[in-house]
Design a protein. Sequence first.
Length: 315
Amino acid sequence: MYLGIDVSKGKLDVGSTAWEGVEKYANNVKGIGKLLKRLSVEKPELVVLESTGGYERLVSKTLFDNGIRVSVMNPWQTHNFAKSLGNRAKTDAIDASMLARFAEVLKPAPTKVLNDGEYELKQLVMRRIQLVQQKTQELNRLEHTSGIVAQSIRKMVRSLRAEIKNITDKIGAMVGKREGLSKRAEQLKSAKGVGLITAHSLCVLLPELGTLNRKQIAALVGVAPYNRDSGSTVGQRSIYGGRAEVRSALYMATLTAIRSNRKIKEFYKKLVSKGKKKKVALVACMRKFLVCLNAMLKSNKSWSDNPEPVRVSGS
């Protein structure tokens, strides 16, 4: 039996490949408790629900804590699946049944639901990203203003910088209290180009780093190139999808790495010398850097600058 749960702020619509119709439960402790009691009779193989910006947190964590396999999916994946089924109508009940069907057909990998401490740490990292973006926006506005407005912007920038530092310190303290995370962060920092903030961001936002193979980790972050060929037409390969916040941190780290990290620097020069556009070469270096960091954590070693063969294709 496979379950699909359409999550909203106040309720859960639960569809199943074995039940008739769709059952409704309140999206709170009491309602989820009733759902657990219902599932104690026959446990599902997998429960699929969509990421809804936080409303799915309580039900996914409760199910996970009770030994039920849960997959929290990006909505674009499930919406494309619904289109492939020819579903034009959209209601909560229809979505719940579609998610159950999605679970049965595609059997996505279960999601490791973060515990409360890990979730709080992730929220802090995401909040820091938001504040840095706000600071950049304010500084961009400052370039074209003067007088009282400029004073207001400078005041806001000072406030944002102070809060960014405050949150950065809290992230460092929380990572330092977790031996496993702290060790991973130190290993990542051994690679030239990866600073403290990048190391913390990768540890928190990409916990799969060091557990997947090179193709899986590249696809997860969104730096794996995909072909766009049809018939005799050979299109330009491009990247899409993945975790944008991780890709942003990796981009900044790679910019530093192509100047200071010998392996990545040599790889970048090799690609450019073969006629690759600098932007294409940079994206390839992002993937190369990510794959190297993944292998480093998988082998439980620090970065080494020892020369290794540089492969232009398939690296």
